[in-house]
Design a binder for this molecule. Structure first.
Ligand SMILES: [Fe+2]
Length: 456
């Protein structure tokens, strides 16, 4: 691990099966008219839902083409979403705090099929942005596919057209193969499927991201409409960056692996600009190629550049008998389950000393994170939320306005449930007990990272 000093300081039209409902209300869905769902249709036809007149903008209700019968027992987490978009008001069980005003956005791969073809890897899925808008104790929810070039090309041509995480388009002949190799080195064939994270920049723009730099796409947080590519107006070039920039109200910090002169370039982009400026650089110490930098930590005075073993172009597995290093855990792993992913903190404590960590833990025998956990690094204890058969996504903390305690707020998570169902979940940030949940009319696929857009 290396460190460097850090001085702080067009809309795309959708070509396929969209149907503009032109209705004056939006779809309201919830437990009160839940019969269709409980009778066993994870992907229900939106025409079966009641349309109510409410004073919000007209929705775009999208119906999917005729589908094969769906296996009712499927866990929604790994089930490809069937509609390109949906919006509706959810019926809430419990009580949403009246102070919670704003929009939670969660990005992730949610559509793993092109026509009849199904992707095989989680990360290949086309980006599905989920939205929860909280206001006056109510919840309006929805989702929409991000209209990247890769997504639009796949929908138009009914085949894979860009190089995704684990799959590449099949060359039709030798010349096509040669062209594909050239496109790989120029980056032209790399995907822009921004399916990993979503960040709100200090100037209010909201950008969806993945590891390819071209996969930076600005969206409208109110409509989830794809505005267009987020263009970096500098001369830094490169093909990839960290999928997890560190974003504050004044700047965005990120790492650019340098494939030409192996190393890592640390850059800062001030809010309100599209220009990244170099603030430091470290050379590779562990090999001739930079590692895959998914994320990196920041302290008050330093940016930490981790050298990961997963390297661009090859994967190194130690098979020479070297003993494993010693792993020191912050607390007994049985407190949160043996497995952990999707860690987050109160965003106000970014770069500062924090006490609480929220994460997805794993209660065995499940081999995938199936628990939400709140870790107290001082007391070395954890509080857990677990519901049999449910797969939660990254817990996201939203502080109560005026709060002084670090954990005074709520934790939001999206739950992919058994039997093809899904719901939004709200936990108390302090007690970590459930305070509200709201069921979606369809199963929510597993998702990755989110952000919060406060109501102005
Ligand atoms: Fe991540």
């Amino acid at each position: 691990m290396a460190s460097i000093p850090f001085t702080a300081a067009g809309s795309n039209s959708f070509p396929a099966t969209l149907t503009d409902s032109n209705e004056s209300g939006h779809v309201k869905y919830g437990i009160s008219f839940n019969k269709g769902l409980s009778s066993g249709r994870p992907n229900i036809n939106m025409r079966d839902l009641t349309v109510t007149s409410v004073a919000t903008r007209p929705p775009m209700v999208v119906t999917s083409p005729a589908k094969k019968p769906v296996d009712e027992r499927k866990l929604a987490a790994w089930t490809s979403i069937q509609q390109e978009r949906w919006e509706g008001e959810l019926v809430v069980e419990g009580k949403i705090p009246s102070w919670l005003r704003g929009t939670y956005l969660r990005n992730g791969p949610g559509m793993w099929h092109i026509g009849e073809y199904n992707f095989r890897h989680l990360f290949d899925g086309y980006a599905t942005l989920v939205r929860l808008h909280f206001e006056n104790g109510g919840l309006i929810a929805g989702h929409r596919q991000i209209e990247s070039d890769a997504y639009k090309a796949a929908m138009k041509n009914k085949k894979l057209c860009y190089r995704e995480f684990s799959e590449a388009p099949k060359p039709e002949n030798f010349l096509s193969y040669v062209g594909e190799v050239a496109n790989l080195f120029s980056g032209a064939s790399l995907t822009d499927n921004a399916n990993t994270g979503v960040v709100r920049l200090g100037d209010g723009r909201v950008v969806c991201l993945t590891e390819t730099i071209k996969g930076s796409i600005e969206i409208n947080p109110n409509t989830l409409e794809t505005i267009g590519k987020f263009e970096y107006r500098d001369n830094l070039g490169g093909l990839i960056h960290s999928a997890h920039p560190v974003v504050t109200g004044s700047e965005m910090l990120t790492l650019l692996p340098d494939l030409v002169k192996p190393g890592y370039v640390v850059v800062r982009m001030e809010a309100g600009t599209n220009e990244r400026k170099v603030i430091g650089r470290v050379n590779c110490r562990g090999g001739p190629a930079p590692g895959w930098v998914h994320s990196f930590p920041v302290t008050e005075h330093y940016i930490i550049v981790p050298e990961m073993s997963l390297r661009v172009g090859r994967f190194r597995v130690p098979l020479d008998g070297r003993p494993n290093g010693k792993l020191e855990a912050a607390l007994d792993p049985d407190q949160h389950g043996r497995g952990m992913d999707m860690c987050s903190i109160n965003p106000a404590y970014l770069g500062k000393k924090y006490r609480y960590v929220y994460a997805c833990g794993a209660q065995r025998p499940c081999n995938f994170p199936n628990t939400l956990t709140k870790i107290d690094l001082v007391e070395k204890t954890a509080k857990n939320w677990h519901d049999e058969g449910a797969v939660p996504s990254e817990p996201f903390f939203v502080a109560r306005p005026g709060a002084t305690d670090e954990d005074d707020g709520v934790v939001i998570s999206m739950i992919s449930d058994k039997n093809g169902e899904g719901y939004a979940l709200l936990l108390d940030g302090s007690t970590f007990e459930e305070i509200a949940r709201a069921k979606f009319p369809y199963g929510l696929p597993y998702g990755l990272h989110g952000c919060w857009v406060p109501k102005k």
